[in-house]
Design a protein around this ligand. Structure first.
Ligand SMILES: *Cc1c(COP(=O)(O)O)cnc(C)c1O
Length: 439
């Protein structure tokens, strides 16, 4: 841990956590940051650069979260910093249209051509909520299918995951969501073709949409199988429901063309009807988007009857950050290099686990990875949750003690950035070899 400390530690993470808990519920502004699943004290980040961040005590960490995905270039990429600084000088927010909004929309549509138009918003939650409203408004139907373990932000109607079978309507996962609000939300098991077919047989004519994380990143990393995705597409088409890809995490992260381009390789011509984006397209600024074909998008206000709005939507600083980020990741070879680096991490972790006799498996796509203390890759949420939580927590803390910051919960995916060097991967694997021996 020699080079990992800086000179002037200001405060301890413990002190900050105690202070935070007095004024912010749980001390955090988003629950997973509180380390509740793994125990211990959250690291309060002081600053970040490249593949690293430094906490309040001056300790350096190799960051495999990257703000949960957005920091695909690493922290503080010079071209992005420059674009943001220039934008700030021109103004923070106008509440009137700007050219940068057009530029970012054009850049997104070029990368994800299944959409003809996008609307920019400020968070993935807002994008998913608006996309569902639009799907309902455009189809004149109310019901929607989602899958257990998939997260689509915290809009009321999507905050359901209950382990329910067919035709069992979801129970709200959160207090404060009236059961009537999720009455139209049908929750199915991920990768279960039989359940999917039964649900369409019963509800097909009433379904506005099916919303899915194509490569789920909120139950660690679980891919929708190609046959399952094929049936999702076919059944939506057959029954006039919209296939909605939630690519807030996977968008411009698993491939330049997002997860839909990965499925299109296996299923030629494959496209979702609607796409929800966030995280990478904002490059770390509050920015998200949803889009679809022109006829659907023209249902939105001010053209159509589906209302949607936002004071800070298409914010001039956030769009500058997004445009600069997308320009960098569009450079030739960017994703090949990122995918190879990510693959070397996952393969290395596997080898370290094997050497220590620890049951382990991992998967990755582009710059996103997941690993499990299981012998076989899980196919759904229930299988993910068969992981040994206590053992995962020992792994997490063992790595954290060695300056490696993985997600503080076994149901979260991980992220590699272009700033992670071979030396960073090597250091990570060295730490992992140590820690696996203690499991
Ligand atoms: C992060 C995420 C969201 C929510 O985005 P926020 O910006 O946190 O509101 C929605 N869907 C998926 C798949 C996500 O990973």
């Amino acid at each position: 841990m020699t080079p990992n400390t800086e000179t002037s530690p200001a405060q301890s993470n413990e002190q900050l956590f105690a202070r935070a808990q007095r004024v912010i519920p749980g001390g955090v502004n988003s629950p997973v940051r509180a380390f509740k699943a793994v125990g211990g004290t959250p690291r309060f980040v002081k600053r970040a650069q490249g593949a690293y961040f430094w906490d309040a005590a001056g300790q350096r960490y190799i960051d495999y979260i990257g703000s949960w995905g957005p920091m695909i270039l690493g922290h503080g990429h010079p071209a992005v910093v420059q674009a943001v600084q220039a934008a700030v000088l021109e103004g923070f927010s106008f509440g009137a249209p700007t050219e940068r909004e057009i530029e970012l929309a054009e850049a997104i549509l070029k990368l994800v051509p299944s959409m003809d138009m996008v609307r920019l918003v400020s968070s993935g939650t807002e994008a998913a909520m608006s996309a569902i409203r639009l799907a309902r408004g455009a189809t004149g139907r109310h019901k929607l299918i989602k899958f257990e373990g998939c997260y689509h932000g915290h809009a009321d109607a999507l905050l359901v995951k209950a382990g329910s079978g067919l035709a069992t309507f979801g129970n709200p996962t959160s207090a404060g969501v009236p059961p009537e609000v999720v009455r139209h939300t049908i929750v199915l098991e991920y990768n279960n073709v039989e359940q999917l077919e039964q649900a369409f047989a019963v509800h097909g004519a009433e379904l506005a949409c099916l919303v899915i994380e194509p490569i789920a990143g909120n139950m660690n990393l679980v891919r929708a199988s190609v046959p399952f995705m094929k049936r999702c597409r076919e059944l939506c088409t057959e029954h006039g429901a919209l296939l909605v890809f939630d690519e807030v995490m996977t968008g411009c992260r698993v491939a330049l063309g997002s997860a839909q381009s990965v499925y299109a390789k296996a299923l030629p011509g494959f496209e979702p009807d609607m796409t929800i984006m966030g995280k990478v397209i904002g490059g770390g600024m509050p920015l998200a988007a949803f889009g679809a074909k022109r006829a659907v998008m023209e249902q939105l206000a001010p053209l159509g009857p589906v209302y949607q709005a936002g004071t800070l939507s298409g914010n001039p600083v956030a769009t500058a950050c997004g445009i600069a980020t997308l320009a960098e990741i569009s450079k030739p070879g960017f994703f090949d290099a990122l995918a190879a680096r990510t693959r070397s991490l996952v393969d290395g972790l596997q080898a370290a686990a094997n050497a220590a006799g620890v049951g382990f498996c991992g998967d990755c796509e582009g710059g996103m990875f997941g690993f499990f203390l299981l012998d076989r890759l899980p196919q759904n949420y229930a299988q993910v949750m068969q992981s040994d939580g206590a053992r995962f927590n020992r792994l997490f803390h063992g790595m954290l003690d060695r300056g490696i910051y993985f997600a503080p919960a076994l149901y979260e995916a991980g992220f590699v950035s272009a700033a992670h060097s071979d030396a960073d991967i090597t250091a990570t694997l060295e730490a992992a070899r140590d820690v696996f021996k203690t499991l």
